[in-house]
Design a protein around this ligand. Structure first.
Ligand SMILES: [Zn+2]
Length: 83
């Protein structure tokens, strides 16, 4: 999965601190990512990340631009709104 590098709305960078060398092998990247992954399992949408949330403006956006990613995001938004 490719992590977003910045917020599509406020353009805040999601690239955080550099990951210390001693724990870096547990991560796929070189820097901590500040975006918040929203898990769809809780809403019964999908067992995994269905959307990202910006830590600055709380804007939520799909994990990817593929059809299935957009669909999942729509489902998540609908279920979230119906609570
Ligand atoms: Zn933002």
């Amino acid at each position: 999965m490719k992590d977003p590098k910045k917020c599509p709305k406020c353009r805040a960078s999601f690239v955080g601190e550099k990951i210390p060398a001693d724990i870096a092998d547990q991560y796929s990247g070189t820097h901590f990512m500040r975006c918040i992954g929203i898990d769809g399992g809780r809403l019964g949408v999908y067992d995994g990340i269905v959307a990202w949330m910006c830590p600055e403006c709380h804007h939520e956006f799909p994990r990817n631009k593929h059809k299935w990613g957009m669909k999942m995001f729509e489902k998540y938004q609908a279920l979230k709104g119906g609570k």
